[in-house]
Design a protein around this ligand. Structure first.
Ligand SMILES: [Zn+2]
Length: 159
């Protein structure tokens, strides 16, 4: 199977550009067995959710809890970044310190990384395997860059 490189920093697009369209077209995740490469972190999610009571962000496709507003973090001075991949698809991503609802998928690589000094892997929804973004790991920290629009706010979860 050939896999497109998603992370080549061809150009940085202004944040007013439209959100990434057809993000899934660049990826061919579903024709592989996720269970072999994926690392489940559902236990971490329960812990995380217990510690925070803020807005839960869920998968836009299946409503699986992914992360929360409290987990937003700044990388290179900003929470939101916009990049284009070699196919010309524009991705607007938000950075999160943790995303326990994601599965990490694929072989980690530094090739074409959008963030200097960070290696990346795919991050997909643990429930429906939708491509949500990427995990970036550097020597001192790691974070998730999740595609704006791939997550939606759940609102107040318990009433
Ligand atoms: Zn999902």
């Amino acid at each position: 199977m050939k896999r497109d490189m998603p992370c080549r920093p061809l150009q940085v697009i202004a944040q007013t550009e439209p959100i990434a369209r057809f993000a899934h077209e660049s990826f061919h995740l579903l024709d592989r067995d996720l269970s072999q490469d994926a690392v489940s972190s559902r236990t971490e999610w329960k812990t995380h959710r217990g510690e925070h009571s803020g807005s839960t962000l869920v998968c836009a496709s299946c409503s699986h809890p992914i992360t929360s507003e409290e987990a937003r973090t700044h990388v290179d001075g900003a929470n939101r970044h916009t990049f284009a991949n070699p196919a010309g698809h524009v991705f607007t991503i938000d950075c999160f310190a943790v995303a326990p609802g994601c599965l990490i998928f694929g072989t980690e690589t530094a090739e074409f990384s959008w963030f200097s000094g960070y290696r990346w892997s795919y991050a997909v929804c643990a429930m429906c395997a939708s491509h949500l973004g990427w995990q970036f790991r550097g020597e001192k920290r790691s974070f998730f860059g999740l595609i704006a629009g791939a997550l939606v706010e759940k609102g107040s979860p318990e009433k």
